[in-house]
Design a protein around this ligand. Structure first.
Ligand SMILES: [Zn+2]
Length: 80
């Protein structure tokens, strides 16, 4: 079985992730997207925006809870 999200998330293969509340990296940057499905992360905003998820050690790449559940074995993600 292949999942389109696996190709999107290839840069995070084998990454160590931690569960965190989303915080914007800069004043002029208010959101990020899930590396897998492009779901939107925001500190606050519309109800469909995610406010927490799984982030890489450099706080740069975000994974939503749904993708984490579905893809963690395939992607070899480790939870800190
Ligand atoms: Zn996702």
């Amino acid at each position: 079985m292949t999942d389109w999200r696996i190709d999107n998330a290839k840069w995070t293969r084998g990454a160590v992730l931690r569960l965190a509340k989303y915080s914007r990296p800069r004043e002029d940057w208010d959101h990020d997207h899930c590396e897998g499905c492009w779901a939107k992360f925001m500190e606050s905003g519309p109800p469909d925006a995610l406010t927490q998820g799984y982030v890489t050690k450099d706080n740069h790449r975000w994974i939503c809870p749904q993708c984490f559940r579905d893809l963690k074995d395939e992607m070899g993600w480790k939870l800190l």
